[in-house]
Design a protein around this ligand. Structure first.
Ligand SMILES: [Fe+2]
Length: 386
C-alpha cells in the first residue's frame, strides 16, 4: 500500500518511503529524481534537508510504503499490551472460503446473491465472536499468495473494525455487526477490477489507478444488487477510502461528513495493510509503521478512531487522557523517540485531586521516575482499563 504525503525537509530523516516528484534546484537541475528511496538519498547527501530549506522548499511530496512483515508485527505486539489474539483457525478458514466464493462468482459471472447473503450471516457470527473477545482479534494467518491477500485482508478489516466499533459504541451491537459484514464485503468491487491491474507488482499508472479507485463504488453496487440495504454496511463499502482531510475517494467528503463506520474501516484497512507481509514490498520497521498511523491522524484518519485503536494496543499517542500509577491524571503531549509506551504527559490533576504547581506539571515517563500509565481514556469510547 502507498500513501502520498507532504512533509517538511526536516522530517526526511524520520520517514520511510520515496520522493514523489523530482526535486529541482533553483537553476532547474534535477537534484533528486522522483522515485528515489529517501534513506538511500540521505545516505549519499545527509545535508539535503538543510539545502532544501535554504532554497525555500518548504514541503516535499513523498510516497510512503507502509508494509511491515509478519515477524516485525509479532515483535511489535510483544512490546505492547494487551496483545492481539488469533481468530479460531477453523472459523477463519471457513470465512475465507466464503469470501473467496463470492469473489469467484463475481469474476465468472455466476449468480452471487446467495453467496453474498452467506457472507452476511458469516459477519453476524464474527460479530458475536468479537463481542466476547477481551482483546483485539485478528486472523494472523500468513498470506501465501497475492489472491489470498484480498480474502485475509477482508477478514482482518472485518475483525478489527468490529472490535473498534464495539469499543467505540458499546451500546450499539447492531453497529458492530454492520462493521463485521461491511468489513467482509468492503473490497468486493475489486472482483470487478481487471486482474492485470489488481496483481500488478509495480506502480500503477494514473489510468490504472483510476480504475482501481472505482472498486469502492463497484462494491456498493454489487452489494445493493444482492439485496444488502443496511446503510452502515453500504457506507463501509463505499467510503472506506475517504480521508479526514477530504482527499479520499469516491466522494472526497471531509471529517465527520464521512460516517463513523467508514472512518473506522479506513483505520482498520490501513492498519491491516501495514501489518501484512506483501510479496512485492520491502519490510518497514514496525515502529515506523505505528508512527505513520499516528502521524496520519487528522489528515488521513479520524484522530479519535486512531487513539481508540492505539489505546487498545497499549500505545498512547498525543491527546490521550491517561491515569498514572500515582493516581494523577493528565494528557499525553508527545513522545521522545516516538516511544508511544512512555510518552510525555501534562498533569491536569494530581493524586490528591488538586492541580499541580507549574514546575511539576510535565512528566516525561521515559525519564524513569517510577510512574507509569495504568489506564487511558479516549474521546470516542468510554474510559477503561481493559
Ligand atoms: Fe479498498
Amino acid at each position: 500500500m502507498e500513501i502520498r504525503d507532504k512533509i517538511a525537509p526536516s522530517q526526511l530523516p524520520d520517514v520511510c518511503g520515496r520522493i514523489a516528484d523530482d526535486l529541482v534546484s533553483p537553476e532547474g537541475a534535477i537534484l533528486v529524481p522522483r522515485g528515489s528511496e529517501i534513506r538511500a538519498v540521505l545516505r549519499g547527501a545527509p545535508g539535503l534537508p538543510d539545502q532544501l530549506r535554504r532554497w525555500g522548499i518548504e514541503r516535499i511530496n513523498i510516497i510512503r510504503d507502509v508494509d511491515v512483515s509478519f515477524e516485525e508485527f509479532s515483535e511489535l505486539l510483544e512490546q505492547v499490551a494487551p496483545p492481539v489474539d488469533r481468530l479460531d483457525p477453523e472459523l477463519a478458514r471457513h470465512t475465507l472460503n466464503q469470501v473467496q466464493d463470492v469473489y469467484n462468482r463475481i469474476v465468472t459471472g455466476e449468480d452471487h446473491r446467495e453467496a453474498v447473503w452467506e457472507l452476511v450471516r458469516e459477519g453476524q457470527m464474527l460479530a458475536l465472536e468479537v463481542a466476547k473477545a477481551p482483546q483485539i482479534i485478528l486472523c494472523l494467518g500468513r498470506v501465501r499468495n497475492w489472491d489470498e491477500y484480498t480474502f485475509v485482508h477482508s477478514l482482518n478489516v472485518s475483525l478489527l473494525g468490529t472490535y473498534l466499533a464495539s469499543r467505540i459504541a458499546p451500546d450499539r451491537p447492531k453497529f458492530a455487526e454492520s462493521m463485521a459484514i461491511g468489513g467482509l464485503l468492503h473490497d468486493l468491487g475489486k472482483a470487478s477490477v481487471p486482474l492485470e491491474i489488481l496483481n500488478k507488482p509495480g506502480k500503477l499508472t494514473d489510468e490504472e489507478f483510476s480504475v482501481m479507485r472505482r472498486h469502492s463504488e463497484y462494491g456498493e453496487k454489487i452489494a445493493r444488487e444482492s439485496g444488502v440495504s443496511i446503510p452502515e454496511i453500504l457506507s463501509v463499502i463505499r467510503s472506506h477510502h475517504e480521508r479526514w482531510d477530504g482527499r479520499g475517494y469516491p466522494d472526497g467528503v471531509v471529517g465527520e461528513t464521512a460516517p463513523l463506520e467508514a472512518r473506522i474501516a479506513a483505520v482498520a484497512d490501513v492498519f491491516d495493510a501495514l501489518t501484512t507481509k506483501r510479496i512485492y514490498k520491502d519490510a518497514m520497521e514496525s515502529r515506523a509503521a505505528v508512527s505513520l498511523i499516528v502521524e496520519s491522524s487528522g489528515t488521513h484518519f479520524d484522530g479519535a478512531v486512531v487513539r481508540s485503536l492505539l489505546r487498545q494496543l497499549g500505545l498512547y499517542p498525543p491527546g490521550t487522557v491517561v491515569e498514572l500509577s500515582d493516581y494523577s491524571i493528565g494528557v499525553v503531549i508527545g513522545a521522545m523517540d516516538r516511544d508511544l509506551l512512555r510518552p510525555k504527559v501534562l498533569i491536569q490533576v494530581d493524586g490528591t485531586g488538586r492541580r499541580p504547581s507549574d514546575g511539576s506539571r510535565f512528566v516525561d515517563l521515559n525519564a524513569g521516575d517510577g510512574r507509569y500509565i495504568v489506564r487511558a481514556y479516549d474521546d470516542l469510547g468510554k474510559g477503561g482499563d481493559y
